[in-house]
Design a protein around this ligand. Structure first.
Ligand SMILES: Cc1cc2nc3c(=O)[nH]c(=O)nc-3n(C[C@H](O)[C@H](O)[C@H](O)COP(=O)(O)OP(=O)(O)OC[C@H]3O[C@@H](n4cnc5c(N)ncnc54)[C@H](O)[C@@H]3O)c2cc1C
Length: 436
């Protein structure tokens, strides 16, 4: 597994986070949150806004793992289409789930505005370019379902995708105007500041090592002190450790690496994402790209198991940049970094009630900027007493993946399989004389 790198573009360009200390004494609160990424910070923020006292325990620092390492693409909805979700969860619950997931970016951009978070937020839309005609047809079917629900989405021709992205390699695509981009670490740090302003307490370098229950209260032990609270929210996602083994075994973690170029020349900038959208294509092992505030191209794709992101392990990413944007021939790369993405077997985020007063939310399948922020609010709502039937997302039973070690091996095999499938799609496209 690659360790989380603090040498990301985002770490180099975000304003410093709040000055925080490790836990050094016993604390009490209405709620304790384990993990200070988007899930934990959003939960703490919403609990604080409801007048609850909150302590957040973070093993590293706010946003130092996935929430400060990601692509900063604010993506509406889930991987399943609205109709699929309504079929699975029933028309009433399914419709609420679809509406909540579709409005995830509203929540993100609203929190940024209300808490005055300086994180280069741009709501210029999210593009899903299609890598095959079949993928384009699937996108069109999903877009029709969103349009019936009044969402601001539209299908794009291959020409329009080329104009908006600067890449000639796509068959067309979807533009979802609900999405956008943020500086992800700055957003996480801004949420942390907002939690503190709301009266919350955050302790850094304070890993929760033991969780126990006595007299209707939970107790969390860290190396420097303990916290007792009637409610605990576990928000450790892909970085879940042995604290609750079954939680860790309910997800499969997959590495994703990103590279950032030096700032593009004005001429290249005029052709690549001139409208400032984010893009994630439809490949099985998707490629996602955007510009940062200084005009660097940031491209992400699957990472290598066991290797740290760096010039040696990011050859695939350089090739992807050259393939998609031949106009950038010779461009130099300034940053390489990566992190872990938590995948679930059903591709849905999971909200669990592990025991009375013990909640967990995780598994955003690469869409956590909006979904983890939303999950934090759902966890807070549940902690405040909202019933399962009132919540937009259902409380799900915890289902550890059988033979979890095997599942991780299977993830490696699946990555190889999808790589082959993506290669075949591209080759067939060429044989048919298609765009890519
Ligand atoms: C490279 C990469 C690119 C991505 N790109 C995108 C994207 O463009 N758009 C998108 O929507 N999503 C993206 N994602 C996914 C998104 O980043 C995550 O879904 C989201 O950040 C999850 O937030 P979180 O708070 O649940 O987890 P995290 O941010 O990982 O936070 C979990 C926290 O728990 C802490 N922790 C763990 N164990 C303990 C313990 N025992 N005690 C105390 N603290 C503990 C960790 O230190 C960590 O800070 C990407 C992910 C990666 C890795």
């Amino acid at each position: 597994m690659p360790p989380a790198s603090s040498q990301s573009l985002w770490a180099a360009t975000a304003a410093a986070g709040p000055a925080l200390a490790p836990l050094a004494a016993a604390q009490r609160a209405d709620a304790a949150v384990i993990g200070a990424g988007y899930t934990g910070l959003s939960a703490a923020l919403h609990l604080g806004a409801a007048g609850r006292s909150v302590v957040v325990l973070e093993a590293a620092a706010p946003g130092e793992r996935a929430s400060g390492l990601n692509g900063g693409q604010v993506i509406p909805g889930l991987k399943a289409t609205p109709d699929e979700l309504e079929e699975r969860f029933g028309s009433e619950r399914g419709a609420r789930l679809v509406a909540a997931a579709g409005a995830g970016p509203d929540l993100v951009f609203d929190l940024i505005r209300r808490h005055d978070i300086d994180c280069d937020a741009r709501r210029s839309g999210w593009i899903q370019p299609a890598t095959s005609e079949a993928a384009l047809r699937q996108l069109a079917a999903g877009a029709a379902q969103w349009l019936r629900r009044g969402a601001a989405v539209e299908m794009l021709t291959a020409r329009a995708v080329a104009d908006l992205t600067g890449s000639q390699r796509y068959y067309g695509g979807l533009l979802d105007r609900r999405g956008g981009t943020i500086q992800p670490l700055a957003y996480a740090r801004g949420l942390a500041h907002a939690v503190l302003r709301g009266g919350g307490r955050i302790f850094v370098h304070s890993p929760a090592q033991r969780l126990s229950r006595a007299a209707r209260e939970w107790r969390i032990d860290t190396p420097g002190g303990s916290v007792t609270a009637p409610t605990v929210i576990v928000a450790t996602n892909a970085y879940s450790g042995p604290l609750i083994g079954a939680l860790r075994r309910s997800i499969v973690t997959v590495p994703s690496f990103q590279v950032a170029t030096t700032p593009l020349s004005p001429a290249a900038r005029a052709t690549i994402l001139p409208g400032g959208q984010a893009a994630s294509d439809t490949r099985h092992l998707l490629r996602y790209f955007r510009l940062d505030a200084d005009g660097r191209l940031v491209l992400g794709a699957r990472g290598t198991f066991g290797a740290e992101p760096g010039p040696g392990s990011c050859r695939y990413h350089y090739r992807a940049v050259r393939e998609l944007f031949p106009q950038l021939d010779g461009v130099t790369f300034e940053y390489h970094w990566g992190g872990l993405v938590a995948m679930t077997r059903d591709h849905l985020p999971h909200l669990h009630e592990l025991a009375p007063g013990l909640l967990a939310g995780l598994g955003y399948n690469g869409r956590g900027v909006a979904m983890a922020t939303l999950m934090g609010r759902l966890l807070a709502q549940r902690a405040l007493g909202m019933s399962d039937s009132e919540l937009a997302f259902p409380v799900m039973p915890l289902r550890p993946i059988p033979f979890h070690g095997g599942a991780r091996l299977a993830a490696r095999v699946a990555i190889q399989y999808f790589r082959t499938l993506d290669l075949m799609t591209r080759t067939c496209g060429r044989l048919r004389g298609g765009t890519p």
